[in-house]
Design a protein around this ligand. Structure first.
Ligand code: UDP
Length: 328
Protein backbone atom coordinates (compact mmCIF):
# COMPACT_ATOMS: atom_id res chain seq x y z
CA UNK A 1 0.00 0.00 0.00
CA UNK A 2 1.02 3.62 -0.56
CA UNK A 3 0.08 5.32 2.71
CA UNK A 4 0.12 9.01 3.62
CA UNK A 5 0.57 9.39 7.38
CA UNK A 6 -0.35 12.83 8.72
CA UNK A 7 1.20 13.57 12.10
CA UNK A 8 3.60 10.72 11.35
CA UNK A 9 6.43 12.42 13.27
CA UNK A 10 4.37 12.41 16.46
CA UNK A 11 4.09 9.82 19.21
CA UNK A 12 1.60 7.29 17.84
CA UNK A 13 2.05 8.30 14.18
CA UNK A 14 5.79 7.58 14.21
CA UNK A 15 5.25 4.07 15.63
CA UNK A 16 2.56 3.35 13.02
CA UNK A 17 4.73 4.76 10.19
CA UNK A 18 7.64 2.56 11.19
CA UNK A 19 5.38 -0.49 11.45
CA UNK A 20 3.96 0.15 7.96
CA UNK A 21 7.40 0.68 6.43
CA UNK A 22 8.72 -2.43 8.21
CA UNK A 23 5.96 -4.46 6.58
CA UNK A 24 6.93 -3.27 3.10
CA UNK A 25 4.42 -0.47 2.56
CA UNK A 26 5.37 2.80 0.90
CA UNK A 27 5.04 5.57 3.50
CA UNK A 28 5.03 9.34 3.18
CA UNK A 29 4.91 11.23 6.47
CA UNK A 30 3.22 14.63 6.42
CA UNK A 31 3.89 16.71 9.52
CA UNK A 32 4.25 20.42 10.28
CA UNK A 33 6.83 19.50 12.99
CA UNK A 34 5.10 21.84 15.48
CA UNK A 35 4.95 18.92 17.93
CA UNK A 36 6.42 16.08 15.87
CA UNK A 37 10.12 15.20 15.79
CA UNK A 38 12.24 14.94 12.66
CA UNK A 39 14.41 12.36 14.48
CA UNK A 40 11.38 10.09 14.93
CA UNK A 41 11.14 9.69 11.13
CA UNK A 42 14.81 10.00 10.19
CA UNK A 43 14.69 6.99 7.85
CA UNK A 44 11.30 7.79 6.26
CA UNK A 45 10.19 10.25 3.57
CA UNK A 46 8.93 13.41 5.24
CA UNK A 47 6.94 16.28 3.76
CA UNK A 48 6.79 19.30 6.07
CA UNK A 49 3.35 20.83 5.51
CA UNK A 50 0.39 22.09 7.49
CA UNK A 51 -3.20 20.87 7.33
CA UNK A 52 -4.28 24.50 7.22
CA UNK A 53 -2.59 24.88 3.81
CA UNK A 54 -5.01 23.33 1.28
CA UNK A 55 -2.78 23.88 -1.75
CA UNK A 56 0.18 22.14 -0.07
CA UNK A 57 -2.11 19.18 0.73
CA UNK A 58 -3.38 19.00 -2.85
CA UNK A 59 0.19 19.06 -4.15
CA UNK A 60 1.34 16.29 -1.81
CA UNK A 61 -1.67 14.08 -2.60
CA UNK A 62 -1.43 14.51 -6.36
CA UNK A 63 2.35 13.84 -6.37
CA UNK A 64 2.31 10.86 -3.96
CA UNK A 65 -1.03 9.37 -5.01
CA UNK A 66 -1.85 7.67 -1.68
CA UNK A 67 -4.03 4.57 -1.68
CA UNK A 68 -4.84 5.16 1.99
CA UNK A 69 -4.28 7.81 4.64
CA UNK A 70 -3.70 7.46 8.37
CA UNK A 71 -4.70 10.77 9.89
CA UNK A 72 -3.00 11.40 13.24
CA UNK A 73 -2.20 15.12 12.94
CA UNK A 74 -4.18 17.08 15.53
CA UNK A 75 -4.08 19.38 18.50
CA UNK A 76 -4.86 17.25 21.53
CA UNK A 77 -4.55 19.18 24.78
CA UNK A 78 -7.84 19.30 26.64
CA UNK A 79 -7.01 22.41 28.70
CA UNK A 80 -5.75 24.31 25.65
CA UNK A 81 -8.92 23.42 23.74
CA UNK A 82 -11.02 25.03 26.48
CA UNK A 83 -8.91 28.21 26.48
CA UNK A 84 -8.53 28.51 22.69
CA UNK A 85 -11.40 26.68 20.94
CA UNK A 86 -10.81 28.44 17.61
CA UNK A 87 -7.36 26.85 17.37
CA UNK A 88 -9.01 23.42 17.71
CA UNK A 89 -11.76 24.16 15.19
CA UNK A 90 -9.10 25.34 12.72
CA UNK A 91 -6.72 22.41 13.09
CA UNK A 92 -8.92 19.45 14.02
CA UNK A 93 -11.99 20.36 11.95
CA UNK A 94 -11.02 22.76 9.13
CA UNK A 95 -7.54 21.21 8.67
CA UNK A 96 -9.02 17.70 8.54
CA UNK A 97 -11.63 18.84 5.98
CA UNK A 98 -8.80 20.26 3.84
CA UNK A 99 -7.09 16.87 4.03
CA UNK A 100 -10.27 14.96 3.14
CA UNK A 101 -10.81 17.25 0.13
CA UNK A 102 -7.23 16.72 -1.12
CA UNK A 103 -7.57 12.94 -0.72
CA UNK A 104 -10.89 12.78 -2.56
CA UNK A 105 -9.52 15.02 -5.34
CA UNK A 106 -6.49 12.74 -5.78
CA UNK A 107 -8.64 9.60 -5.93
CA UNK A 108 -7.71 8.23 -2.48
CA UNK A 109 -10.72 6.54 -0.93
CA UNK A 110 -9.57 5.19 2.44
CA UNK A 111 -8.80 6.94 5.72
CA UNK A 112 -8.02 5.68 9.22
CA UNK A 113 -8.80 8.52 11.62
CA UNK A 114 -7.41 8.96 15.15
CA UNK A 115 -10.40 9.73 17.27
CA UNK A 116 -10.68 9.65 21.02
CA UNK A 117 -12.61 8.40 24.03
CA UNK A 118 -13.16 12.12 24.76
CA UNK A 119 -16.10 11.99 22.29
CA UNK A 120 -18.11 10.21 25.02
CA UNK A 121 -17.72 12.75 27.83
CA UNK A 122 -18.61 11.45 31.29
CA UNK A 123 -19.14 7.69 31.23
CA UNK A 124 -22.72 6.70 31.99
CA UNK A 125 -21.90 3.00 31.82
CA UNK A 126 -18.54 1.23 32.09
CA UNK A 127 -17.11 -0.41 30.04
CA UNK A 128 -17.96 2.09 27.32
CA UNK A 129 -19.21 0.68 24.03
CA UNK A 130 -19.32 2.56 20.72
CA UNK A 131 -23.07 3.21 21.13
CA UNK A 132 -22.58 5.07 24.42
CA UNK A 133 -23.99 8.65 24.15
CA UNK A 134 -21.56 11.13 22.64
CA UNK A 135 -21.53 14.20 24.88
CA UNK A 136 -17.97 15.54 24.83
CA UNK A 137 -17.17 17.70 27.86
CA UNK A 138 -14.23 19.48 26.23
CA UNK A 139 -13.63 21.10 22.85
CA UNK A 140 -10.89 18.64 21.95
CA UNK A 141 -13.44 15.81 22.10
CA UNK A 142 -16.04 17.95 20.34
CA UNK A 143 -13.75 18.74 17.38
CA UNK A 144 -12.84 15.05 16.99
CA UNK A 145 -16.53 14.13 17.05
CA UNK A 146 -17.35 16.81 14.47
CA UNK A 147 -14.81 15.39 12.04
CA UNK A 148 -16.10 11.84 12.67
CA UNK A 149 -19.49 13.11 11.55
CA UNK A 150 -18.02 14.77 8.46
CA UNK A 151 -16.45 11.41 7.60
CA UNK A 152 -19.79 9.62 8.00
CA UNK A 153 -21.26 12.09 5.48
CA UNK A 154 -18.41 11.47 3.01
CA UNK A 155 -18.92 7.74 3.42
CA UNK A 156 -22.65 8.07 2.73
CA UNK A 157 -21.88 10.14 -0.36
CA UNK A 158 -19.54 7.36 -1.57
CA UNK A 159 -16.49 9.67 -1.48
CA UNK A 160 -14.32 8.32 1.35
CA UNK A 161 -14.41 5.14 3.42
CA UNK A 162 -13.19 5.57 6.92
CA UNK A 163 -12.31 3.69 10.09
CA UNK A 164 -12.46 5.94 13.16
CA UNK A 165 -10.45 4.59 16.10
CA UNK A 166 -11.47 6.01 19.46
CA UNK A 167 -8.37 5.66 21.61
CA UNK A 168 -8.41 5.42 25.33
CA UNK A 169 -5.02 6.19 26.97
CA UNK A 170 -2.07 5.65 24.63
CA UNK A 171 1.04 4.71 26.58
CA UNK A 172 4.37 2.88 26.39
CA UNK A 173 7.13 2.94 23.78
CA UNK A 174 8.43 1.05 20.78
CA UNK A 175 11.76 0.16 22.36
CA UNK A 176 12.98 -1.87 19.35
CA UNK A 177 12.59 1.13 17.02
CA UNK A 178 13.58 3.54 19.80
CA UNK A 179 10.38 5.60 19.53
CA UNK A 180 8.53 7.04 22.50
CA UNK A 181 6.58 9.87 24.03
CA UNK A 182 8.07 13.39 23.89
CA UNK A 183 5.52 16.16 24.46
CA UNK A 184 6.13 19.77 25.50
CA UNK A 185 4.52 20.36 27.88
CA UNK A 186 4.04 16.77 29.05
CA UNK A 187 0.60 16.38 30.61
CA UNK A 188 0.21 12.58 30.60
CA UNK A 189 0.38 10.57 33.78
CA UNK A 190 2.91 7.83 32.94
CA UNK A 191 5.68 10.08 31.53
CA UNK A 192 5.15 12.59 34.34
CA UNK A 193 5.50 9.94 37.04
CA UNK A 194 8.54 8.50 35.25
CA UNK A 195 10.09 12.01 35.20
CA UNK A 196 9.73 12.05 39.01
CA UNK A 197 11.37 8.60 39.21
CA UNK A 198 14.24 9.82 37.02
CA UNK A 199 14.63 12.95 39.16
CA UNK A 200 13.94 15.33 36.26
CA UNK A 201 10.79 16.47 38.11
CA UNK A 202 10.83 17.02 41.87
CA UNK A 203 7.76 14.91 42.59
CA UNK A 204 4.72 13.15 41.12
CA UNK A 205 1.29 14.67 41.57
CA UNK A 206 -2.08 12.96 42.00
CA UNK A 207 -4.90 15.09 40.61
CA UNK A 208 -7.82 14.34 42.92
CA UNK A 209 -8.31 11.66 45.57
CA UNK A 210 -12.06 12.03 46.12
CA UNK A 211 -13.42 10.36 42.98
CA UNK A 212 -16.05 7.62 43.31
CA UNK A 213 -13.52 4.89 42.45
CA UNK A 214 -12.00 2.11 44.57
CA UNK A 215 -9.06 4.20 45.81
CA UNK A 216 -10.47 7.68 45.12
CA UNK A 217 -8.22 8.41 42.13
CA UNK A 218 -9.18 8.41 38.43
CA UNK A 219 -9.29 5.15 36.53
CA UNK A 220 -8.09 4.90 32.91
CA UNK A 221 -7.62 2.22 30.27
CA UNK A 222 -3.97 2.29 29.12
CA UNK A 223 -3.18 0.82 25.68
CA UNK A 224 0.32 0.05 24.45
CA UNK A 225 1.34 2.27 21.54
CA UNK A 226 2.41 -0.83 19.58
CA UNK A 227 -1.10 -2.26 19.94
CA UNK A 228 -2.58 1.05 18.76
CA UNK A 229 -0.28 1.08 15.73
CA UNK A 230 -1.22 -2.52 14.91
CA UNK A 231 -4.92 -1.57 14.99
CA UNK A 232 -4.24 1.18 12.41
CA UNK A 233 -2.52 -1.26 10.08
CA UNK A 234 -5.40 -3.74 10.44
CA UNK A 235 -7.93 -0.96 9.81
CA UNK A 236 -6.09 0.13 6.68
CA UNK A 237 -5.97 -3.43 5.35
CA UNK A 238 -9.66 -3.84 6.15
CA UNK A 239 -10.53 -0.73 4.12
CA UNK A 240 -8.31 -1.75 1.21
CA UNK A 241 -10.09 -5.08 1.14
CA UNK A 242 -13.27 -2.93 0.83
CA UNK A 243 -14.38 -3.95 4.31
CA UNK A 244 -16.44 -0.79 4.69
CA UNK A 245 -16.38 2.06 7.17
CA UNK A 246 -16.65 1.62 10.92
CA UNK A 247 -16.09 3.19 14.30
CA UNK A 248 -14.17 1.24 16.95
CA UNK A 249 -12.98 1.75 20.51
CA UNK A 250 -9.37 0.90 21.23
CA UNK A 251 -8.61 -0.03 24.79
CA UNK A 252 -7.52 -2.96 26.91
CA UNK A 253 -10.81 -3.30 28.72
CA UNK A 254 -9.22 -3.03 32.16
CA UNK A 255 -8.86 0.11 34.17
CA UNK A 256 -6.02 1.23 36.46
CA UNK A 257 -6.14 4.03 39.00
CA UNK A 258 -3.58 6.84 39.27
CA UNK A 259 -2.27 5.23 42.48
CA UNK A 260 -1.85 1.86 40.73
CA UNK A 261 0.12 3.54 37.93
CA UNK A 262 2.40 5.25 40.46
CA UNK A 263 2.98 1.93 42.28
CA UNK A 264 3.80 0.24 38.96
CA UNK A 265 6.35 2.94 38.10
CA UNK A 266 7.94 2.46 41.57
CA UNK A 267 8.15 -1.31 41.04
CA UNK A 268 9.44 -1.19 37.47
CA UNK A 269 12.01 1.57 38.08
CA UNK A 270 13.10 0.38 41.52
CA UNK A 271 13.18 4.08 42.50
CA UNK A 272 11.37 5.87 45.26
CA UNK A 273 10.12 9.42 44.79
CA UNK A 274 7.85 11.94 46.44
CA UNK A 275 4.15 11.89 45.60
CA UNK A 276 1.84 14.79 46.48
CA UNK A 277 -1.93 14.65 46.45
CA UNK A 278 -3.55 17.71 44.89
CA UNK A 279 -6.98 18.88 43.76
CA UNK A 280 -8.87 17.45 40.80
CA UNK A 281 -7.87 18.58 37.30
CA UNK A 282 -10.79 20.27 35.57
CA UNK A 283 -12.61 18.14 33.00
CA UNK A 284 -11.37 14.71 34.18
CA UNK A 285 -14.10 12.05 34.22
CA UNK A 286 -13.71 9.57 37.16
CA UNK A 287 -13.40 6.38 35.10
CA UNK A 288 -12.93 5.66 31.37
CA UNK A 289 -12.65 2.01 30.42
CA UNK A 290 -13.29 0.69 26.93
CA UNK A 291 -15.20 -2.22 25.62
CA UNK A 292 -13.07 -3.26 22.63
CA UNK A 293 -15.27 -6.22 21.73
CA UNK A 294 -16.28 -4.67 18.41
CA UNK A 295 -12.74 -4.29 17.02
CA UNK A 296 -11.86 -7.78 18.31
CA UNK A 297 -14.87 -9.29 16.55
CA UNK A 298 -14.77 -7.31 13.32
CA UNK A 299 -11.06 -6.63 12.70
CA UNK A 300 -9.54 -9.45 14.73
CA UNK A 301 -7.48 -6.99 16.86
CA UNK A 302 -6.12 -8.27 20.17
CA UNK A 303 -3.76 -6.32 22.42
CA UNK A 304 -0.39 -8.09 22.49
CA UNK A 305 0.87 -6.04 25.45
CA UNK A 306 -2.16 -5.70 27.73
CA UNK A 307 -0.35 -5.69 31.10
CA UNK A 308 0.25 -2.33 32.75
CA UNK A 309 3.65 -3.64 33.87
CA UNK A 310 4.88 -4.17 30.28
CA UNK A 311 3.46 -0.82 29.13
CA UNK A 312 5.22 1.01 31.97
CA UNK A 313 8.45 -1.01 31.49
CA UNK A 314 8.70 0.02 27.85
CA UNK A 315 8.05 3.67 28.75
CA UNK A 316 10.62 3.48 31.57
CA UNK A 317 13.23 2.06 29.17
CA UNK A 318 12.60 4.80 26.59
CA UNK A 319 12.61 7.71 29.05
CA UNK A 320 15.70 6.39 30.85
CA UNK A 321 17.50 6.31 27.51
CA UNK A 322 16.07 9.69 26.44
CA UNK A 323 15.65 11.84 29.55
CA UNK A 324 15.27 14.91 27.29
CA UNK A 325 13.19 13.12 24.66
CA UNK A 326 14.45 13.16 21.08
CA UNK A 327 16.98 15.89 21.98
CA UNK A 328 18.84 13.45 24.26
N1 UDP B 1 -2.99 12.64 36.30
C1 UDP B 1 -2.43 12.82 37.56
N2 UDP B 1 -1.21 13.43 37.65
C2 UDP B 1 -0.52 13.85 36.55
C3 UDP B 1 -1.09 13.66 35.27
C4 UDP B 1 -2.33 13.05 35.19
O1 UDP B 1 -3.02 12.44 38.57
O2 UDP B 1 0.58 14.38 36.70
C5 UDP B 1 -4.28 11.93 36.20
C6 UDP B 1 -5.33 12.70 35.40
O3 UDP B 1 -6.05 13.54 36.26
C7 UDP B 1 -6.16 11.55 34.84
C8 UDP B 1 -5.18 10.39 34.68
O4 UDP B 1 -4.04 10.75 35.48
O5 UDP B 1 -7.12 11.16 35.77
C9 UDP B 1 -4.72 10.20 33.26
O6 UDP B 1 -4.33 11.46 32.75
P1 UDP B 1 -3.64 11.65 31.35
O7 UDP B 1 -3.37 13.12 31.17
O8 UDP B 1 -2.47 10.73 31.24
O9 UDP B 1 -4.72 11.14 30.31
P2 UDP B 1 -6.24 11.58 30.04
O10 UDP B 1 -7.08 10.52 30.68
O11 UDP B 1 -6.45 12.95 30.60
O12 UDP B 1 -6.36 11.55 28.56
Amino acid sequence: MRVLVTGGAGYIGSVASRMLAGEGHEVLVLDNLAKGHRRAVADLDLEVADLEDPSALSGVCSRFGPEACMHFAADSLVGESMADPLKYFRSNVAGSINLAAALVESGCRDMVFSSTAAVYGDAETVPITETHPKRPVNFYGLTKYMFEQALCALDRAGQLRCVCLRYFNAAGADTAADLGEDHHPETHLIPRVIAAALGSEPRAEVFGTDYPTTDGTCVRDYVHVLDLARAHVLACEHLQETGGSGIFNLGNGSGFSVRQVIETVRRVSGRNFEVVEGPRREGDPPALVASSDKIRDELGWRPEHPELESIVSSAWEWHSRHPNGYDS
